[in-house]
Design a protein around this ligand. Structure first.
Ligand code: AVJ
Ligand code: FE
Length: 439
């Protein structure tokens, strides 16, 4: 027990440090003016995310787990995401960058202090280091949000990374998933969040799912075929949104002569056909799928394709097995600044032959966000439960900007169906035909 809790302490320290170095990078490559500015009404000024990360760490670890005196109790309201809508955040009396950084440092010092003495397992909140894992994931999620803010900022590139790997296998078409039960969700992943629990059996009819995310090349064919102008492919809400916003292509795309270019972190490039399409909203994904004669997968269909191992009947933590992701498995963690071409991650394939489920792009599903059967809010209703209902759609799998600590076969993200500043793409699915169900 002693040595395993030492290992847990070390692992938490490593994960906290990894998150913090990413936060620092994202907030050090721009000057104070840019940190305070709002780059889009959809996003917070970067300096709000920065101090909010520190404030959540103070609330959960310093005050709740540690039972320590507040570091600052005058700023809780300012950094409460529920009290301050994003568009109003730049007008708040926010901590200036230097003060925000100092605040994060003070909070982190106290967290290290309490990490030295905390007894894991004394309370459910710290069992297996959960509260620390939750805070690591919270910081990494805001880092992804800050990365999306960087994608929206004007001006030349300040973030740099090597391009993702080139394809080494040909991947295309669909994979048939046989009818039957599988285990969805988890009881055992120690840092899984409340909305991923509990594990439960789900029975699905046979279906086909795309072996890879929909690519730019495929999406361009939809555009070229007049898909944005043909109401047939759109849901009523989707069509109204498409008209209201004048959507004609994914966000950050521009027509150059007879080709498309996209803007990626301050650089314009010709659109590459074999990369997963990114920056599309749920309605665009849904319209593409209808045009292709398919539909979006349900969340359960996505998860069965990602986790179910037909040879054992069990569900894996990840498509490739139970081991944590490495650089060979998936395009995660901002190692690259855009999705990898289809066929670049053969080691990440699922037992059924489905590729790039983890990393590259968040994948829209047709499912509204809700609790798994037997859901209980933990440790607070505001993490997930208050978002349950028809307003949000679930996205799965993580993007190139998602850290591995905040990405699992069970991990669930959610957003409004109109959102496309996030790193969102999709793949299609369809019901199996009767002649396909028995191979
Ligand atoms: C799960 C990504 C929808 O960013 O709003 C951050 C994560 N929760 N702070 C979000 C989250 C509280 C959340 N998403
Ligand atoms: Fe937050």
């Amino acid at each position: 027990m002693g040595s395993s809790s030492e290992q847990l302490r070390d692992r938490i320290a490593v994960e906290l440090a990894r998150a913090r170095s990413r936060t620092s990078l994202l907030t050090e490559v721009v000057d104070d003016g840019e940190l305070m500015r709002q780059h889009s009404p959809l996003m917070s000024p970067l300096v709000w995310d920065l101090a909010h990360v520190g404030n959540q760490e103070e609330l959960w670890l310093v005050r709740d787990v540690g039972g320590r005196e507040p570091v600052r109790c005058d700023i809780d309201e300012l950094y409460d995401a529920f009290k301050q809508p994003r568009r109003d955040r730049p007008a708040l009396p926010l901590l200036p960058p230097a003060e925000a950084r100092a605040y994060l440092g003070t909070v982190r010092d106290k967290v290290h202090d309490l990490l030295d003495t905390v007894a894991f397992g004394e309370r459910p909140l710290v069992a297996d280091g959960f509260a620390f894992g939750m805070i690591v994931q919270h910081e990494q999620q805001h880092d992804e949000t800050m990365l999306a803010t960087h994608q929206l900022r004007a001006g030349s590139a300040v973030l740099h990374a090597p391009p993702p790997p080139e394809p080494t296998v040909r991947v295309g078409g669909e994979v048939l998933v046989p009818a039957g039960e599988f285990t969805m969700g988890t009881d055992t992943d120690p840092w899984a969040l409340d909305n991923e629990r509990p594990a439960h059996r789900v029975d699905l009819p046979a279906y086909a799912i795309d072996a890879a995310p929909v690519t730019n090349g495929q999406y361009e064919a939809f555009i070229a075929d007049g898909g944005y102008d043909d109401q047939r492919w759109w849901s009523p809400e989707g069509w109204a949104h498409r008209l209201r916003e004048g959507l004609v292509a994914p966000m950050h795309w521009r027509r150059d002569g007879d080709e498309w270019s996209y803007r990626r972190f301050g650089r314009w490039d010709r659109v590459r056909g074999d990369e997963p399409v990114v920056h599309v909203c749920f309605y665009e994904a849904q319209a593409y799928a209808a045009w292709a004669g398919k539909r979006l997968p349900t969340e359960a269909e996505w998860e069965k394709a990602a986790r179910w191992d037909p040879s054992t009947g069990r569900s894996r933590r990840y498509p490739w097995g139970d081991e944590d992701p490495t650089g060979a498995h998936a395009n995660l963690g901002q190692r690259h600044l855009w999705p990898a071409p289809v066929g670049a991650y053969p080691a990440g394939v699922s037992p059924l032959g489905v590729h790039q489920l983890i990393g590259d792009v968040w994948e829209w599903t047709s499912s509204a966000f809700g609790g798994h059967p037997g859901f209980t809010a933990f440790p607070y209703r505001e993490y997930s439960e208050v978002f349950f209902g028809d307003d949000y759609r679930v996205l799965r799998g993580g993007s190139f900007g998602t850290d591995r600590s905040a990405c699992r076969g069970t991990f669930r993200n959610w957003d409004y169906p109109i959102r496309r500043q996030i790193f969102s793409g999709f793949r299609c699915a369809r019901d199996a035909r009767p002649d396909e169900s028995y191979r």
